[in-house]
Write a protein that binds this ligand. Sequence first.
Ligand code: JHZ
Length: 424
Amino acid sequence: MFNEDLQALVNDTFSCKLCESDELEVFLSLGPMPPANEFLEREEVYSSEDFYPLDVYFCKSCNHVGVLPRISSEELFDDYVYLTSNSETMLSHLEDLTDKVCEKIIEDQENSFVVDIGSNDGSLLEFFQDRGSDVLGIEPASNIALKAEEKDVRTLNEYFDRETARKVVDEEGYPDVVMATNVFAHVPDLDEFVEGVKVLLEGGGKFVFENAYLPDLVKNKEFDTIYHEHHYYHSLTPLKPFFESFGLKITDAERISIHGGSIRVTVSAEDEEPSDRVQELLSFERKQGFDSIEKYREFARDVKEIKRDLNELIQELNSQGEKVVGYGAAAKGNTLLNFCDIGNDEISYISDNIPIKQGKYTPGTRIPVKSPEEFREDRPDYALLLAWNYAEEIIRKEEEFLRNGGKFIVPIPEVRVIEEEYLG
Ligand code: JHZ
């Protein structure tokens, strides 16, 4: 149970970011926690770090789930380490998304204009560009925007808001489609963001966004995907009235498997009839109890069990002298490691294929990040799979590790060990 004094403080200080109600109940505290992508340079390892509470609330008024406190975007995203193009699974997902959008929304491919908000290294827009669309990315992290420009994907290096939207419309015209993949949870001021989207949609285009889906997060116990970058854990029930308050309408919604379970939502400024799938998902959320705090209290109990099981397993392996490392220095891995108190005593290093993460240290736990080549040469006994969402792809790449007796520890949805037999 969350401390009563702190709960009272939360109710006095904060309101729901979607409906502004102050009827918030905190059901899980994961902090103190450093920002999940604040990897440390070697020379910073012995400096102090910023830690913040990481509390998750349920809004009893609109059923929205979000985190406190809200850290500014500048602190989180100005210099970023996540690259969309690092995974084959993600690239093939984005290609499929492009094909679906081209088939369903874009009428004249050669004369179409696509805007991607939070365009990262331009991976999604490259697919649209290949199919003949004129494209424009909007990406706040300057180091990542540069990578997109290097691939000839035109990118505005700024945060998206009404002013940026106006500039795009004035200089380039109205887009046919506005995309946002894994961005709609990252915006502290969602009102300003949606006002900006509305400006872009005045020409009759559609807004298509993808985001982690709260019911999947809860069902699969993906507590590690909770960190300060993700202000919101979206489900359709609170989003419907939220968009309606801006005169926008959800016209389609579907569940997709990426990132442990996500939703793809289409929004329009026109008065269109929504697809049956919208009502089906709304009913599903109600029937499954996502409108009740009890669901989230149960989730909080599950999370504590994962922490206990993982600590027991790693302690046992360490005491037997087995070498345990991590695989995939994902942002979510940093929630898991910090919450479970797993540091460099328990895990020697983490293998990761993103060059800008290699040579750095994990925030809070200060575990060095090394390349997959070093991992293959080292041949540890166990690898804690922090990037469990890419389990299939990683196991395929690291078949040799399993064939040589190595084992993966998969922490989510429950702690289990994968060995050679898994390969069949
Ligand atoms: P990955 C990111 O979270 C950040 P993260 C962000 N906030 C967000 O919302 C979600 O994505 C959706 C490595 N890896 O993609 C690369 C290998 O080493 O699950 C990554 O560091 N070998 C925008 O960081 C990490 O694992 C591989 O073969 O939790 C995966 O991180 C593969 C496939 C990945 O997202």
